[in-house]
Design a binder for this molecule. Structure first.
Ligand code: ZN
Length: 304
């Protein structure tokens, strides 16, 4: 098992890279940006794991809520996306998530989403596979056509009942009457202070419990069923792409370096280098919607 000691894998932000062992194949020449060399490796790969982060969604216009300037009212996501904030002020946290749901519902897949989905469909016909392991909570990979998607941070378009635990897909807009036109992000907008019985409630018979977004809040552990699937993919992939992630949100930030430590080629596609770039074989700099389509296009050796 690669993800030893799962108990430590609570979602969190860390700004240093000391938590990951350096791979055995580290050398000073890494990473390189030789696309033709990457394409040769890509043409031989049978099982490709693509780890995606907020940068992919950002190219569709979905805000990342990671930067100093990306606040909702006066808060950053790590102030609101916590179990403590939800239990203290569920109305405010629901306003924040209502705002994010409405934004995400309005967006279309980017060129990067489409390139990944097209690659999966094409390689499937060749008996090869692509899995997307995403930190994004929007639904854009699936909208683009990706079939094999592991959403490690949950989904904005699902709810979970805090009483009975029932999880359900919910794309209603607005999700409940009381949230209609709420969630305006301007800093001087007061809290709507919606009574808790008017917030989204469970539809299971006799439950009527409070619903929460089915996303992993900061400080919460990742879903163990998803983690088991991620472990399997990390152990079996023969090529990994790390796309549009700043590699500072744990535990996802360590997935790429762990795969690299097995001697598997890892290629990073991002607008900047990241704290993890030095662990990877390749780094392709620029918007993912520009760098990814030629990287994942049909190779002459595919024959179809
Ligand atoms: Zn319930």
């Amino acid at each position: 098992m690669l993800l030893q000691n799962r108990a430590v894998f609570a979602l969190g932000l860390r700004m240093c890279s000391t938590h990951v062992m350096k791979g055995p194949l580290m050398d000073t020449a890494r990473p390189n940006s030789d696309m033709s060399e990457f394409r040769k490796v890509f043409s031989k790969a049978k099982h490709i794991a693509i780890i995606t982060g907020a940068g992919v969604g950002a190219e569709s216009g979905v805000p990342t809520f990671r930067g100093e300037n990306e606040k909702w009212r006066k808060w950053q996501s790590q102030d609101l996306a916590t179990p403590e904030a939800f239990s203290r002020t569920p109305s405010r946290v629901w306003e924040f998530y209502h705002y994010r749901r409405e934004l995400a519902l309005d967006k279309k897949p980017s060129a990067a989403h489409l390139a990944i989905a097209e690659c999966e469909a094409r390689l499937r016909k060749q008996g090869r596979s692509v899995v997307v392991i995403t930190q994004c909570t929007d639904d854009l990979h699936r909208q683009a056509g990706s079939k094999h998607v592991l959403k490690i941070h949950g989904s904005l378009m699902e709810t979970r009942c805090v009483s009975c635990g029932h999880v359900t897909v919910n794309k209603r807009s607005p999700i409940c009457a009381a949230l209609k036109d709420k969630g305006v992000p301007d800093p001087d907008v007061p809290d709507a202070q919606i009574p808790v019985d008017k917030l989204p409630r469970c539809g299971e018979s006799d439950c009527h419990g409070l619903l929460r977004p089915n996303v992993v809040f900061f400080g919460e552990t990742l879903d163990s069923h998803i983690l088991t699937k991620v472990e399997h993919e990390m152990e079996t992939c023969d090529l990994c792409l790390v796309v549009g992630t700043s590699s500072i949100v744990y535990p996802a930030a360590m997935f790429g370096p762990q795969i690299a430590s097995r001697g598997i080629p890892v290629a990073e596609f991002n607008t900047n280098t990241t704290p993890k770039s030095e662990y990877f074989t390749y780094h392709f700099q620029g918007p993912c919607g520009t760098t990814l389509p030629p990287a994942l296009a049909g190779h002459e050796s595919e024959g179809i």
